[in-house]
Design a protein around this ligand. Structure first.
Ligand SMILES: Nc1ncnc2c1ncn2[C@@H]1O[C@H](COP(=O)(O)OP(=O)(O)O)[C@@H](O)[C@H]1O
Ligand SMILES: [Mg+2]
Length: 382
């Protein structure tokens, strides 16, 4: 994907020529200051290059920009790599500092450190799943939906376990993964489609997996890099399903390319309250994404009913998954997603969600919906 750059400073043709020579640049816009980018809704370029060659200090607007848009990559162009300026830059959240005279290979290397070797393929949709509480069945839902997307459509699907360490999607899919998302994050300079492919494991149920690591990160991971990994994945796969850790909401905040966000809840008071807060926060953070809440382990006789959950999350609950602990546990122990077996209500309800996310009708999927339609038969819509 071509990289968009905004340069803050007075026009310098030589600098612009250097950037253009890199061959990775889609657009260059010049601006005198950062004012136009500060608004919460201002669309952001991939990289903001701030020219501080004449006044070697970090403009205060950079701090404001990084606070408002932590995902925007800021690169400083300084007259020299002065330690005081580098420290100031670090404190302001600057991602890269390069020195004058900037050569094209140096600029390329800095862009690759920031964005990886992004490919040119168009991106498929990204579906992110996050639990309103731990243990509600987020991974179960993400794994089954990803597997169904891989099975139902000709495009390949990837499940991305964004628990940087100790996530369990691999267990659900019955594989031992040698590599993980941490390997991607720690090797951004190598990140291209071939490297991604080498990290991904093909699972017996047809979905590809970029697993969580079985070791903690050796140093703090710059969360913004996750966005680059997701972007690359989306450019390589028809569908990308992301299992997002709820313990670190910074992870979800770092993803730009999400088409649908699914909050997984149940009918317990604490979970429903969290779901309400999360759904509204996610709606304002992701104005372009569709945010939906689903109920797992539905209990028809629970004190908190569907309507109560709908009121709490401010939207319709279109999908509810029945409780079937024996089947869910058996599937996990076998490492075989339960929706591989048809003819049970839990599989059918995961399938209805997968089909809706993929924008597929029952007919397109080669089966007849029957007189009342699949969802009607399952009573999945109120
Ligand atoms: N619909 C369901 N019915 C019964 N048990 C379920 C259901 N969905 C998930 N489980 C079980 O609940 C436990 C937690 O599921 P998991 O997907 O790991 O949750 P999370 O990712 O939210 O922590 C697992 O033992 C799983 O088998
Ligand atoms: Mg989980």
């Amino acid at each position: 994907m071509p990289v968009s750059v905004v340069i803050i400073g007075s026009r310098d043709q030589r600098l612009e020529d250097t950037l253009r020579a890199s061959g990775r640049i889609g657009s260059i816009t010049w601006s005198a200051d950062l004012a136009g980018l500060l608004d919460a809704h201002a669309s952001q370029p991939d990289v903001v290059l701030v020219d501080v060659r004449r006044a070697p200090q970090v403009p205060s607007a950079v701090t404001a920009l990084k606070r408002q848009h932590p995902g925007t990559n800021v690169m400083l162009l300084a007259s020299e790599l002065d330690p005081a300026l580098m420290l100031q830059g670090m404190r302001a959240g600057v991602n890269e500092i390069v020195a004058d005279p900037l050569s094209q290979p140096e600029f390329d290397a800095a862009i690759t450190r920031l964005l990886g070797n992004r490919s040119h393929a168009p991106a498929g949709p990204v579906f992110a799943f996050v639990g309103a509480k731990g243990g509600v069945g987020t991974t179960t839902t993400a794994v089954n939906v990803a597997m169904l997307l891989a099975k139902m459509s000709p495009s390949r699907a990837l499940l991305l376990d964004l628990h940087l360490a100790y996530g369990d999607a691999a267990v659900f899919l019955g594989v031992d993964a040698r590599f993980s998302v941490l390997d991607a994050l720690e090797n951004m300079h190598r990140l291209d489609s071939a490297f991604l492919k080498s990290l991904v494991v093909q699972t017996p149920s047809g979905v590809d997996l970029l697993a969580s690591a079985e070791r903690p990160a050796s140093r703090p991971v710059e969360l913004r890099r996750l966005n680059t990994v997701v972007e690359l994945a989306a450019s390589q796969y028809g569908y990308t399903v992301v299992d997002v850790p709820r313990s670190d909401l910074g992870v979800i905040d770092s993803l730009d390319l999400v088409s649908n966000l699914v909050v997984v809840a149940n009918q317990e008071l604490a979970t429903v309250r969290n779901a309400g807060r999360m759904a509204s926060a996610l709606r304002s953070r992701y104005p372009k994404a569709k945010v939906t809440t689903v109920i797992n382990r539905r209990d028809a006789r629970a004190e908190i009913g569907q309507r109560d959950v709908e009121r709490a999350v401010g939207g319709t609950i279109a999908h509810q998954f029945p409780s079937d602990y024996r089947r869910a546990l058996h599937a996990m122990h076998k490492g075989r997603p339960l929706a591989l077996d048809n003819h049970n209500d839990l599989s059918a309800s995961f399938k209805a969600l997968a089909m809706e996310l993929a924008g597929m009708s029952d007919k397109e999927n080669g089966r007849s919906g029957g007189p009342t339609g699949l969802k009607g038969l399952l009573g999945l819509r109120s």
